[in-house]
Design a protein around this ligand. Structure first.
Ligand code: NAP
Length: 280
């Protein structure tokens, strides 16, 4: 009963996928095995996650055909120059042991202050990075080009520069949580959709890498609405994010929670419940 989102290319992508940051080796392989058995067909990874070998191994063991699985990977911020991006894409394919990935993202803008206090050295122009991505695309090593952590201005520039369409912007997006200052606004999500760019929401539970560290899931409004549906607060939080028209990629290494995160298609939030959640 999976729901699908239509990308700008006309292709369909599952609305719920598996995030894999922080899953390593055997635990990663086990989570992938459970997830694929449960029907997950979208896997989000990245060169920086250091788990692509385990993911490739689990996919091969699963018996699910490669063409049924949508794999997203990402080029790390320090490898966005032309040659480095081409080389890192080859490493990604090699680690996963696949001929192509379905979606390749720039993990962060070249000047992003991620894991650094000062501006990173060797800032690369968007023109150079996107020339590399378009060349990788032309060579058939990726099926879609995307970006991550882009604001509206950067996204607009990327769309103007890239020959192949920008299919996805992967951003930090969840229900409002006052403990998180990284969550993007609904208006950026709306801007992406108006620009025909699908939004892939990371940290949809305001947990994992999110500064809010899962506190949102303790909110009494979530508990109350979850009770009304016989669901968990996490399932309600994920439903709210998915209902904003986004693709969600919650991460879990637990068989029970992997199951819960994909069982969100058998209930609907009422208009009143959405209003209550919007007010959190
Ligand atoms: N593009 C980027 O810059 C970027 C940045 C961050 C993340 N991401 C991607 O987005 C994915 C998701 O983000 P995230 O992992 O940071 O945060 P998240 O999915 O919001 O939260 C994951 C955390 O929530 C717990 N959890 C999972 N399902 C749960 C449930 N049903 N009930 C209660 N707790 C639950 C997990 O613990 P258990 O494993 O113990 O279940 C884990 O600690 C990442 O794995 C990664 O693929 C991308």
């Amino acid at each position: 009963m999976m729901k699908y989102i239509r990308l700008v290319t006309g292709e369909l992508i599952p609305a719920v996928g598996l995030g894999t940051a922080g899953l390593f080796e055997d635990k990663c392989e086990q989570a992938l095995q459970w997830a694929l058995e449960m029907g997950y067909r979208l896997i989000d990874t990245a060169w920086a996650y250091r788990n692509q070998e385990a993911i490739g191994k689990a996919i091969r063991k699963s018996g699910v055909s490669r063409s049924e699985i949508f794999i997203t990977s990402k080029i790390w911020r320090d490898y966005l120059n032309y040659e480095a991006a081409l080389e890192q894409c080859d490493q990604i394919l090699d680690q996963l042991q696949v001929d192509y990935v379905d979606l390749l993202l720039t993990h962060w803008p070249s000047d992003a202050l991620v894991r650094m206090r000062d501006h990173p050295p060797n800032i690369v122009s968007l023109e150079e990075t996107l020339a590399a991505f378009n060349e990788i695309h032309r060579r058939g090593k990726i099926r879609h080009i995307g970006v991550s952590n882009y604001d509206a201005d950067l996204l607009r520039q990327a769309q103007q520069i890239s020959t192949a369409p920008i299919s996805v912007n992967q951003v930090h997006f969840h229900l409002n949580d006052p403990n998180c200052d990284e969550n993007v606004s609904l208006s950026l999500v709306d801007f992406c959709h108006q620009s025909e760019v699908s939004v892939m929401a990371y940290c949809p539970l305001a947990s994992g890498w999110c500064p809010a560290k899962g506190r949102l899931l303790q909110h009494p409004t979530l508990a109350e609405i979850a009770n009304q549906h016989g669901k968990t607060p996490a399932q309600v939080a994920l439903k709210w994010v998915m209902d904003r028209g986004t693709i969600i990629i919650p991460k879990s290494g637990s068989e029970v929670r992997l199951g819960q995160n994909i069982e969100i298609f058998d209930f609907e939030l009422s208009r009143d419940q959405v209003a209550q959640l919007n007010a959190i």
